[in-house]
Write a protein that binds this ligand. Structure first.
Ligand code: AMP
Length: 338
């Protein structure tokens, strides 16, 4: 089923738009910015966290929802002229299949969610974009160095494991029942880039970057625990400026690949997640086709890079609100939605 967003939005009162998002992940950043831009704001909360979101005056309404019945609020949201901003927790709570069919105008390209949730499709899109990715192995016997095994159900880093050699890999795979991919473990430092593809300005912007703070990787583990890559927070970063042209190029290549393979193409925020080797080559192992939680670092202050486009710092929430407002003024809102 495909949602006819254009006809839904035709009935919207554009002077009374609401921005709605699931109360988790980047909701504070998104709703704070939306409020500043004059939109009504709606947080869709699991009952156990609704109280927390009611603490903030920039949130006009907190809807308590059992996520098994998320569809039951769709009519209400549409009546409220809502644009749903998807993020990682939304996809996790409702699942990608339901997200594809949710009868609510959704910011960005919702069809990317499907590509993002399938490890093989994900790598295919990066490959198509001609972005360097880690070597992957169909046959465990071909492994000739350290590898990372990614189980299909993995979330937030949990569900990966490392094997230092072919023998260790064989031993560990013996007990795995899930589907998985085997990837070269790239040696280097992580760097995650936040981009924004603007339909209004017809360009790809570098809005910031971060590194993750991962429990058993960055913690005081002293060799006592296996790495689990469980993300607990994010830290800001800037890159050597000489690396920026490559980061820009990969962002543009990715955006173009989405335009070609996943209609209606890239719209709004996305992220490429990379390891930078000591020869300064960048290997991208993952993407997110929507806002990432690492952008929260810049809530209310904007990253240094964000100043390059509007001559003032902007967080990703504000960047989205700005795009929506410009699109409304130009009669192009439907172009930002799916
Ligand atoms: P992800 O959940 O896919 O973002 O990955 C969790 C963490 O695993 C990342 O933050 C990286 O530190 C690490 N990682 C994933 N894939 C690779 C790879 N191919 N090589 C090295 N590190 C990786």
């Amino acid at each position: 089923m495909s949602i006819n967003v254009e006809s839904m939005v035709k009935n919207y009162d554009l002077d009374k738009l609401s921005i709605a998002t699931v109360a988790s992940h980047t909701a504070l950043q998104l709703l704070r910015a939306a409020h500043r831009y004059g939109f009504r704001t709606i947080a869709i909360a699991k009952p156990n966290v609704a109280w927390f979101y009611r603490r903030f005056s920039f949130i006009d309404e907190v809807l308590e929802v059992n996520f098994e019945n998320f569809e039951s609020i769709a009519d209400y949201l549409v009546k409220r002229n809502s644009i749903l901003i998807p993020h990682g927790s939304y996809v996790e709570y409702v699942g990608w299949r339901r997200a594809l069919n949710m009868p609510i105008p959704t910011f960005g390209n919702r069809y990317l969610i499907r590509w993002e949730s399938d490890q093989r499709l994900k790598m295919r899109l990066l490959e198509y974009a001609k972005i360097p990715i880690p070597k992957s192995y169909d046959n465990p016997d071909a492994v000739d160095g350290p590898v990372i095994v990614k189980l299909y159900g993995a979330k937030g880093g949990r569900g990966y494991f490392l094997a230092r050699s072919r023998d260790e890999l064989a031993e560990r795979l013996a007990s795995v029942r899930d589907s998985y991919i085997i990837q070269e473990y790239v040696i280097g430092v992580p760097a995650y880039y936040h981009y924004f593809t603007s339909r209004i300005y017809d360009r790809v912007e570098i809005m910031g970057m971060d590194i993750r703070y991962e429990s058993n990787v960055d913690g005081r583990v002293f060799g006592l625990a296996e790495p689990t890559f469980v993300v607990v927070g994010n830290l800001p970063m800037v890159l050597r400026e000489s690396l920026l042209p490559m980061v820009q190029r990969y962002g543009e290549q990715f955006s173009k690949a989405v335009d070609e393979l996943v209609p209606p193409g890239m719209i709004g925020p996305f992220s490429l997640e990379s390891i930078i080797r000591d020869d300064l080559s960048i290997v991208v192992f993952e993407f997110s086709g929507r806002i990432v939680a690492g952008t929260n670092i810049y809530m209310g202050i904007g990253s240094p890079y964000s100043t390059l486009y509007f001559d003032k710092p902007m967080d990703m929430g504000e960047r989205i609100a700005h795009e929506i407002l410009q699109a409304v003024r130009a009669g192009r809102l439907h172009e930002l939605l799916s």
